[in-house]
Design a protein. Structure first.
Ligand code: ZN
Length: 665
């Protein structure tokens, strides 16, 4: 599993329900199926200089102009389907209160959320809850024209059932609905093509990162490159138009160079320029405003080659970045004082300065569902030679936390008022700090013994590595050093983080697992590994932490926080040993014993209690609206943000103003 790229969930975030200061900002916007739509605030935007505001605005336009690309990448019928649905939605002449229209509206909202007809997370096709007959008749009555080919794609469960098929033993290309390969292309043909075009230069290009493979009339494989004048040209042309405006107001030469390379890459599709862009982008460290814009992550291509279009515009959160700087500056102290064996410590350790950013616009594969961190570029040779940027996105985390306030989660699962109060006060703070420790010093700590390869732990590498970074963070969360550094106010605060980790790892994260299934995702495995190992290794006479039953419900109880910290430290030493020695057998034993399997009775109970709360497991966002003020000469004098637009209004507006691609590409 890839460690870089967009970070979908880190550390303590999962389903936490912490509270920060109450504000009047309306965080919750809409809820349907398993999805909840939130709004995020953009604190600090008004304090940016006019030039920086313009830069954010231009980059935001460049972000929105690519919207149609993702719909088409996710499936070749998606644009046709979305437009037919929107047209019917806008022109429907009858009552909007009728059951079938409501079902139709929910379906459209879901299509917008998924940027297509497959669930954004499970990748399974979701079916309408209205009939094909109703849809056909309604379109006729509303005068909506559509391509009849969309009907089986929408309504037949056997047509294009999976967006990205990863099931071993099948033709992954032919059975995936994603549009990275044209009709009739097989996995063997695609792989043969990539093989024949492999690039073995010392600075490798990402063959196929920005293209679709199709079969021509002669049955040969052809590459269609995403570029101005090529595939997705009309959208990329608009992206380039706004990037050029951004170039004019860029903050310094470094940033100018990066934008220039990105423009040239979009214009030519030449992947060498993409490499040059990545290098320039990584070197651009001083600008306040930053962005991702382009074909980036490769998870959605069943062969993991072609990038999915995404964009995120952001600016540095100066206050929070100071916090990660402080942690990073103390990296050597953390390394020297950790409970791991001396032989496994780095003599000289460098902390990573994780930047904390404020998201200002989300688009493509970052919208509406979005990552909470970014770690780019993905090319390992660029990371090695030029470094990388790792950021966490504070305002999105804050929105999740605010929206979770009072949703009943902590009332249901936390054992008593005392821990709830502690959590309300310090939970968010601990979550932020734990993430910072995990990212800034956790991953970078420790060393491998001579001769141990980086992939010695094979399929368990991600789980063990995430556990190592998490434990490093947990161990230090309870260290007086953090109070001394001013990062925590007192020696009670860390307890909120400890309780949350144990409750989440041993119990509540199971709400994301279907009944009867095991845990697969590396972060979730690592969290359960830690919690279950601790529970299995407590003092049997006086358990430091335990799960108790009360009125038929199970709760986590911590009896001794200092003792819990000692256990975290012991496990950290073991996990560091496994990593440093490349001890595959022990890694496998640990993962199998603690990380994968789920107690079926506890799982069923947790799912039932969670269901009773009626919460949506997946969240996404609406963006703010950028309102530009100009003088009589048309020059921008200010940019203001508006936070009142609803979910439906936003998507209808985007479809009206940023519809850059034809139905068939
Ligand atoms: Zn990590």
């Amino acid at each position: 599993m890839k460690k870089y790229g967009i970070i979908l969930c880190t550390a303590l975030l999962a389903l936490c329900a912490c509270e920060k200061k109450a504000t009047k900002f309306q965080y919750t916007v809409d809820k349907f199926y398993d999805l909840e739509i939130l709004r995020y605030d953009v604190p600090g935007f008004d304090e940016l200089s006019l030039q920086q505001k313009q830069l954010v605005y231009y980059l935001s336009e460049a972000a929105l102009q690519g919207r149609d690309i993702l719909f088409d990448q996710n499936g070749r019928y998606n644009l046709r389907i979305r437009r037919a649905l929107e047209s019917l939605y806008t022109n429907y002449p009858y009552s909007r209160e009728a059951e079938e229209f409501k079902a139709f509206e929910r379906y459209l909202k879901r299509v917008w959320f998924s940027n297509g007809i497959h669930h954004h997370y499970s990748e399974d096709k979701f079916l309408p809850e209205f009939s094909q007959e109703w849809f056909v008749a309604a379109c006729e009555q509303a005068g909506v024209e559509y391509d009849a080919a969309i009907l089986p794609v929408m309504f037949d469960p056997n047509v294009m059932p999976k967006r990205t098929n990863q099931a071993a033993g099948q033709d992954l290309v032919a059975t995936s609905a994603g549009n990275y390969y044209g009709e009739g292309v097989t996995q063997a043909e695609a792989e043969a093509w990539y093989d024949a075009h492999k690039d073995n230069s010392p600075e490798p290009k990402w063959i196929g990162l920005n293209s679709q493979l199709v079969k021509n009339e002669k049955g040969e494989i052809e590459e269609r490159v995403y570029k101005v004048g090529g595939l997705y040209g009309p959208a990329l042309e608009k992206v380039v138009y706004w990037l050029k405006k951004a170039y004019e107001v860029a903050e310094d030469d470094e940033q100018k160079l990066a934008i220039e390379k990105m423009i040239a890459f979009n214009e030519t599709g030449d992947l060498r320029l993409f490499n040059e862009y990545c290098i320039a982008w990584v070197r651009d460290l001083n600008s306040r405003v930053d962005y991702v814009n382009g074909f980036t992550e490769t998870y959605s291509d069943p062969l993991g080659i072609t990038g999915t279009w995404e964009s995120m515009v952001n600016f540095k959160d100066l206050e929070a970045t100071k916090r990660t700087q402080l942690i990073s500056n103390n990296a050597q102290w953390f390394e020297d004082n950790s409970p791991t064996a001396k032989a496994y410590k780095k003599e000289e350790v460098k902390g990573v300065t994780a930047k904390v950013i404020t998201a200002a616009m989300l688009a493509g594969d970052c919208y509406p569902a979005t990552p909470i961190g970014i770690n780019l570029p993905n090319a390992s040779w660029i990371r090695k030679e030029y470094g990388s940027k790792s950021v966490t996105i504070d305002n999105l985390m804050h929105a999740y936390n605010e929206a979770a306030k009072g949703n009943g989660f902590n009332e249901e699962f936390m054992i008593d008022d005392e821990i709830r109060e502690l959590y309300n006060q310090y939970g968010a703070m601990c979550g932020d700090l734990h993430t910072d420790l995990h990212e800034c010093v956790g991953h970078g700590s420790g060393k491998l013994m001579p001769g141990v390869g980086k992939d010695a732990l094979k399929e368990h590498a991600s789980t063990i590595e995430e556990a190592r970074a998490d434990l490093f963070g947990l161990y230090y969360l309870g260290d007086p050093k953090l109070v001394e550094l001013g990062l925590l106010p007192n020696m009670d605060a860390y307890k909120a983080g400890y309780y949350q980790q144990m409750m989440n790892g041993a119990m509540t994260q199971l709400v994301r697992i279907e009944e009867g299934k095991d845990i697969e995702e590396a972060h979730m495995r690592n969290r359960q590994l830690i919690a279950n190992w601790v529970l299995a290794n407590v003092d049997p006479k006086q358990p430091e932490v335990e799960i108790i039953e009360r009125d038929g419900k199970h709760y986590l109880r911590v009896n001794d926080y200092e003792g819990l910290r000692t256990l975290y430290g012991q496990l950290l030493a073991i996990i560091q040993g496994i990593t440093s020695e490349g001890d595959y057998e022990t890694a496998k034993d640990f993962v199998e014993a603690y990380a994968v399997r789920v107690n079926p009775d506890l799982h069923r109970e947790i799912l039932e209690r969670y269901k009773g709360l009626n919460l949506a497991p997946y969240k996404g966002f609406v963006n703010p609206v950028y309102k530009v003020k100009t003088n009589k000469d048309g020059q921008i004098t200010d940019v203001k943000l508006d936070f009142t637009e609803g979910y439906i209004e936003q998507h209808l507006r985007y479809s009206r103003d940023y519809s850059n691609l034809p139905d068939v590409n």
